[in-house]
Design a protein around this ligand. Structure first.
Ligand code: SAM
Length: 340
């Protein structure tokens, strides 16, 4: 599974896990508390580690639960099995609900703005129908927590494929075209029975850091000013299963309470410091780009207060988010801090 997500490390997992495995024996435990799509969590799980994944946002938690905890297709007894669950999603009856109104081409946003073209009318109503169905199943106790996550994970993947956006949900394209005109699709997942004992948590790393008792921690913070909570507001709403006020022309949910200190030049250094202060792991690995909010010498100086720092570098092709145009190569950096 992979989708366009700012800072997604899918293409770098071999290198990252390779460096980690030089110092951390398989069978050890490691946390990935800013897990995003859970691509690094999964690569670590495949390499034989027990993984604790977490994120400040809700939809990464849905991905991590699905990818790490569903080691085989869930039973989905209430729906007749996993294959039938996918069929149930495909054929869910449309509902002219919140998505139709706020994010569909034929909608009428509550704040009186013009219709937001994130989705075709059919897809928006289909998404509403599935949301309603999942809420009913969960409310009636007919799906367990992992099954619930698997359904939401499928809904997020299907939604991403038909979203009429240029990379993120910061805004929608002016006209509906291409994939946005296709229907939602639900492709079967390949569940992976990885050997470790995995855990998934939810919350800002600053809050969770002191509770993480793993042998190592991998941190992959945002390194630009682009806030994930605003840029992926539609996915957050799918995962939270709520109907927040959709503000302005773009229809963003209120996201300031989920704003990350790592995205601001003025607070990113302190966020690193606070997080490291609370971690107790012997090894901390940090992915950070050369063009991040915190300059290399400043980060090096912060990290050096907590242990011996080694820096690994790897050239990485960067894509502009709006149209996958190659935009030169950046040096991806992996810092290793071995605690004093
Ligand atoms: C660079 S992305 C991680 C990408 C991930 N490794 C992947 O491969 O998909 C950064 C992640 O950090 C999360 N995040 C930002 N600030 C956070 C914080 N203070 N605590 C926990 N997660 C945070 C974002 O929601 C986002 O998912």
């Amino acid at each position: 599974m992979s989708y366009r997500y700012l800072g997604n490390k899918t293409r770098l997992t071999e290198w990252i896990v390779g460096e980690i495995s030089r110092v951390l024996p398989a069978g050890s435990s490691i946390a990935d508390p800013m897990c995003g799509t859970a691509s690094v969590s999964m690569a670590l799980a495949r390499a034989g580690y027990s993984v604790t994944a977490a994120d400040a946002l809700t939809f990464p938690v849905v991905h991590a639960r699905t990818r790490l905890l569903a080691k085989q297709a869930p039973a989905f007894k209430a729906l007749g099995g996993y294959g039938d669950a996918l069929e149930w999603m495909s054929s869910a009856a449309p509902v002219k609900g919140y998505f139709f109104k706020e994010f569909g081409e034929a909608g009428q946003p509550a704040n009186g703005r013009t219709p937001r073209l994130y989705f075709s009318a059919d897809n928006a109503a289909h998404i509403d129908g599935i949301r309603k169905g999942i809420l009913e199943l969960a409310g009636a106790g007919q799906i367990d927590e992992v099954e619930h996550s698997v359904l939401l994970h499928h809904l997020i993947l299907a939604t991403n494929k038909v979203a009429n956006i240029s990379g993120t949900y910061g805004y929608f394209r002016r006209t509906l075209s291409g994939p946005a005109l296709r229907p939602l699709t639900f492709d079967p997942l390949e569940f992976e029975s990885t050997p470790g004992d995995h855990t998934v948590m939810h919350g800002p790393v600053e809050d969770l850091a002191s509770t993480l008792k793993t042998d190592a921690v991998y941190l992959d913070p945002p390194y630009t000013k682009r806030q994930y909570a605003g840029n992926y507001h539609v996915l957050e709403t799918l995962a939270r299963e709520d109907e927040p006020v959709a503000a302005g022309d773009g229809g963003l949910r209120p996201w300031m309470e989920q704003a990350s200190d790592f995205c601001y030049r003025r607070s990113a250094g302190q966020a690193f410091r606070e997080t490291l202060k609370r971690l107790s792991a012997k090894h901390v690995f940090i992915s950070y780009s050369e063009d991040g909010q915190v300059q290399e010498d400043e980060l090096f100086s912060i990290l050096s207060d907590f242990g011996t720092v080694t820096l690994h570098e790897q050239p990485h092709v960067r894509y502009r988010s709006n149209d996958r145009v190659k935009d030169g190569s950046v040096l991806e950096r992996l810092y290793h801090v071995e605690a004093f």
